[in-house]
Ligand binder design. Sequence first.
Ligand SMILES: Nc1ncnc2c1ncn2[C@@H]1O[C@H](COP(=O)(O)OP(=O)(O)OP(=O)(O)O)[C@@H](O)[C@H]1O
Ligand SMILES: [Mg+2]
Length: 386
Amino acid sequence: MTEELECLAPLVLVVDDTASNLGLVVDFLEGNDLRVSIARDGEEALRRADLVHPDLILLDVMMPGLDGFEVCRRLKDNPRTRAVPVIFMTSLSQTEDKTAGFHVGAVDYVTKPLQMEELLARVKTHLKLGRLQKTLKEQNARLQEEVRSREAAQDALIEMINSVRNTSNAIAHDLRTPLTEFRFRMEAMILDLKTKVDGETLERLEGALSDIDRVIGIFNALLRLAEIDAGVRRSGFVDSDLAHIAAEAVEFYQPLAELRGLALTLSGPESLPGLVDPLLLAQAIGNLIDNALKFARTQVHVHLGDADGLIEVAVADDGPGVADAEKVKVTERFYRGDASRGTPGVGLGLALVRGVATLHRGTLTLEDNEPGLVVKLALACSPRHG
Ligand SMILES: Nc1ncnc2c1ncn2[C@@H]1O[C@H](COP(=O)(O)OP(=O)(O)OP(=O)(O)O)[C@@H](O)[C@H]1O
Ligand SMILES: [Mg+2]
């Protein structure tokens, strides 16, 4: 409907076989800024309603041919006229007509002889209700359309993320082997040159070697995440001792902690059996310790616990912590906080830990340690035996 039509006064279709009654109602409604269309019998009413799309129908009950009830029934059967509110004009004596009118879909009734002010009040109320209903319907349709388009955008985004993921996985996969070969050739070359070149050149060569190690490390992490996503890694699950895995990780990082003047400690049971992927878990705990050692001021503490059928590994530090708004973001792939600028790393560490948590039907949570951060890795990994 055009805006011009929308601005017109509401249109009421008055249906009555009594000319005097019809004239009276038409004059009164027109005198109150409403547009009026008329029909003198049921058949004409159905044709008119279909043609002029009234905003409301005033319908006489007693008419020769189709009576008001039948007309109303047919109006409600026609999808083009179904939504138009119908008010019956019924004589005072026929009280049963009122309920019958509601049964066939009328919204209201007025009694004859008509009280014009009452008629106008009811007409206006139902016009207003009709308009509100129409607005609601339109808003609903718009909302549904918005939901549909958002869902489509989300699907497109997921598809895009997956395709980027697949591409980066493919690159990592194809480049890892030649890079690893190159790394070993270079290492052999450095060994050969050790006695032949000066200290500065040797240092630069070793620097290049550790750059390649970093790239290989990134590729390994990406490929591991890809395996976790694909569910392939569950084949690596074996009965293991988590206390042993954690102790080894702490031992591995001890020299680095000492170098940075930080205390790195471990607490928890001597033995903690669980059905896990030990290689992935060692890497996950290592990543958490690696992060904590980057940010801690004086100490990093690793605690192992066993509660409610879950095994928990908590790594706590006394560094600057992570703001609440960033706690979810830091577990996304390649996300690095501002504080990490200039420090080594690519932002895959926590993404991998989260992947490992998911693989073990567990969770990864970041909490404030006041001061610092405590990262908790909870794992559902009850051992197969015992
Ligand atoms: N213990 C921590 N204290 C403060 N911020 C942290 C801590 N651990 C992680 N973060 C923040 O989370 C970001 C993401 O960590 P993540 O381990 O995923 O990547 P990274 O350490 O920057 O690089 P990578 O682990 O791939 O070498 C970090 O850049 C840092 O901003
Ligand atoms: Mg990290």
